[in-house]
Every structure is written in structure tokens, then in C-alpha cells.
Design a protein. Structure first.
Length: 135
């Protein structure tokens, strides 16, 4: 029907947000390394990221393999790891990480230099985010 076609055209014209932006950003920026993600639902990553994408949910020992970090916005029952938040904060401050996208669902960062692990003190300094927030 004409109504269904109009609705499809409207949805297709909507700006992308959340995990759906990540493959397009990575292609545009020629990124092929591993991703580190926190605070997003598994169904979002499995739906939008290509099968061969190396995806970590915890900080790997070798940070050199990471080129993209995704941090979800606080949502109901979604944990945002303090260790990854500390990693982002430390490397943004050092200039080795740059934010390339933000929307109502997530922030996307790319490595601009060698990343460093956060210290125990930096992780402990991250605020506690209860899972019941934003429900």
C-alpha cells in the first residue's frame, strides 16, 4: 500500500543511531581492528556488527589490537564497566583516544595512538552506576 511505502521511506531516511552507526563509521575511517564495548545490549552488536568483528566486553591484555571503543549511554539493566570508563577517560586525557560519534544510545571512540591500561585508582574513581538507573 501507499501508506506502507511512505512509512518505509520515512524509516529509511531516519538518521542512524546506536550500534547501527558503528559499521559505517569504521568503514569510513578505514578501521579493521578489534572493538571494545560496554553498556550496549548483545543483541545490538550481533545484529549490526559483521560476523568477523573481534569484539571484547572486557579490556584485553593487548590494547594494541583495539581501534574502536563503544560506551553505551546509561540504560535500564545495562552495565557500563567502570574499567572501560576509566580506560576511556585516561586515554582521552592523554590524547590517544578521540570521540568520533555520540547519540542517545552510545559514544564511539577511536584510538589515535597507543592506549594505556587504566590504573586501579582510576577505575576505583569511576562512579557507581546501579543497574536500576534509567528504568
Amino acid at each position: 500500500s501507499v501508506s506502507a511505502v511512505r512509512q518505509t521511506a520515512h524509516v529509511a531516511g531516519e538518521p542512524r543511531e546506536g550500534a547501527s552507526v558503528v559499521p559505517h563509521l569504521r568503514a569510513r575511517l578505514h578501521l579493521h581492528g578489534a572493538l571494545l564495548a560496554t553498556g550496549i545490549y548483545d543483541s545490538e552488536t550481533s545484529l549490526y556488527l559483521p560476523e568477523h568483528t573481534r569484539l571484547f566486553k572486557a579490556i584485553p591484555a593487548d590494547l594494541g589490537q583495539l581501534d574502536t571503543i563503544i560506551v553505551g549511554q546509561p540504560r535500564c539493566r545495562t552495565s557500563i564497566a567502570p574499567s572501560i570508563r576509566a580506560l576511556v577517560a585516561a586515554n582521552l586525557a592523554a590524547g590517544t583516544l578521540r570521540e568520533v560519534h555520540t547519540d542517545r544510545l552510545l559514544h564511539v571512540y577511536v584510538a589515535t595512538g597507543p592506549l594505556r591500561q587504566p590504573t586501579a585508582a582510576e577505575i576505583a574513581a569511576q562512579p557507581h552506576l546501579p543497574l536500576s538507573d534509567h528504568c
